[in-house]
Design a protein around this ligand. Structure first.
Ligand SMILES: [Zn+2]
Length: 464
């Protein structure tokens, strides 16, 4: 047992109370205010955290409300960064335990941010404070960085990097155990094309909310001679495919339902466009619109591995490409441009490829369309042999009794902001994180254990 384990056990009650208090600050992004670029509530969460750190003896700094940090200076200026964030996603509906009350019941703390990422921030603070109290001699300077815009635009880290400069090395407790050392590249593109109206029908299509979400609803509105279409629909098993339709004002409106998921794992959801486009193709609408529907069928339906677009089904030892058709608009019935089709894709590509390769394959397939490049994040990888990962593996084995395997993901964590960085914790291996869901919670036991694990990790990396 490490000395820090004993100290952390002695702080258990205090840690629980601090987490409950910070959960009560609804730190969702809002309109900027003076000194609070992401709104007053996020700023309150930052102030609360920094004053807690000062009480525990840390040196702290508020980086103009974009971020903050707390540290104990080491012999060297070289830092070990521990990257957490204090902003949260909106609570959403359906909570049994109110999201911003910090309810503590049967050993479980409930609330938005409990695991993402306020719980880990509290664990990191008490981990480092415990090391200091244990009399640790810091060789590197351990610094906890608190970001304030992780869930939206990452402006916090951009600002921090340009104003202060990122640590060379570190970890971010904002995902899963054991160790995530590979994050795929992210590439968004919008594709647009002018279309000439079909002779028989005019079609409008709409669906999706964001490029990085698998759409759970999509609709099509068809005007023209709908009688033969309705006949075909009667023969089609609509309910089997989660489709429904209504006839209104002589036009036909079809609605497709799907299951939402994060675009980094599109196969876990059910894209509502798939069943909609498949049906539209079967209706043989003809004209250029019909041709495009056929083409989109080939490109996307049930092909979240990119296999519908030549050259795009790629993978390397760390994982395979995924593609999500996130948004699609055609025609003007749902507020789009008349005579135009526009769609947005989110691609997560393997680390050994670059986004130009991905873009070229898409551009070739969508020849004659205009391609507008959106958000791009380069892939991130820290080699398994690195001192950082070797130390985290030792600590993982010590506390969990298992080998700390390295994982690759399609999502993005703060680890990307570091030259040498990994995500480490906090969802236990094999469990599904309650992050971003209703009833987000963490057990007090996990909160304490994470602090012990982080303290050991910081000791290995900053003291030895
Ligand atoms: Zn997070």
């Amino acid at each position: 047992m490490r000395e820090t384990d004993r100290i952390i056990d002695g702080c258990a009650q205090e840690m629980i109370e601090c987490l409950r208090e910070i959960i009560r600050i609804p730190s969702v992004k809002e309109q900027p205010a003076p000194g609070a670029p992401f709104g007053r509530n996020i700023n309150k969460a930052l102030e609360y955290t920094l004053s807690l750190c000062r009480r525990l003896g840390f040196e702290t700094a508020n980086v103009d409300g974009y971020a903050g940090y707390a540290q104990f200076p080491g012999q060297k200026e070289e830092q070990l960064g521990i990257l957490c964030h204090l902003d949260v996603v909106p609570a959403g509906e359906g909570w049994l335990h109110p999201p911003y009350e910090g309810v503590y019941e049967n050993g479980v703390i409930y609330g938005r941010g409990a695991v993402d990422d306020k719980g880990p921030a509290i664990s990191a603070i008490y981990a480092l404070a415990a090391l200091k109290r244990a009399g640790a001699a810091f060789r590197r300077t351990p610094r906890i960085i608190f970001g304030c815009d992780e869930e939206s635009g990452w402006e916090c880290m951009d600002y921090y990097a340009s104003k202060i400069g990122m640590p060379e090395m570190g970890f971010s407790p904002d995902a899963d155990y054991p160790i995530i050392n590979t994050e795929k590249g992210i590439y968004h593109a919008q594709l647009k094309k002018k279309i000439s109206r079909g002779e028989n029908y005019s079609i409008s299509i709409h669906g999706g909310t964001r490029a990085n979400v698998v759409p759970d609803c999509a609709q099509a509105y068809i005007k023209g001679n709908t009688a033969p279409l309705i006949e075909k629909l009667n023969d089609y098993d609509c309910s089997e495919n989660n489709l429904s339709y209504i006839v209104k004002e002589g036009a036909l409106e079809i609605t497709a339902k799907g299951i939402s998921a994060h675009a980094s794992q599109p196969a876990q959801g059910q894209n509502a466009f798939f069943s909609l486009l498949e049906l539209l193709d079967k209706l043989s609408l003809g004209g250029e619109e019909g041709h495009i529907i056929q083409m989109l069928n080939c490109a996307f339906i049930n092909k979240t591995d990119g296999s519908g677009i030549p050259g795009l089904k790629i993978e390397d030892e760390f994982g395979a490409l995924t593609i999500n058709l996130g948004l699609l608009d055609a025609g003007d019935y749902y507020g789009g441009q008349p005579d135009e089709i526009s769609l947005t894709v989110d691609v997560r590509f393997p680390v050994s490829y670059n986004y130009q390769y991905v873009e070229n394959q898409i551009a070739k397939f969508f020849h004659g369309w205009s391609l507008i490049r959106g958000h791009v994040q380069l892939p991130h990888h820290t080699p398994e042999e690195h001192e950082l990962i070797q130390a985290l593996k030792r600590v993982y084995k010590e506390y969990f009794g298992r080998e700390g395997k390295c994982l690759a993901i399609g999502g993005g964590t703060y680890a990307r902001a570091l030259k040498t960085g990994v995500a480490f914790g906090i969802t236990p291996e094999g469990e599904i994180s309650p992050a971003h869901n209703k009833e987000e919670s963490i057990t007090a036991e996990q909160l304490i254990l994470n602090a012990k694990v982080f303290a050991a990790a910081i000791e290995e990396l900053a003291c030895k």
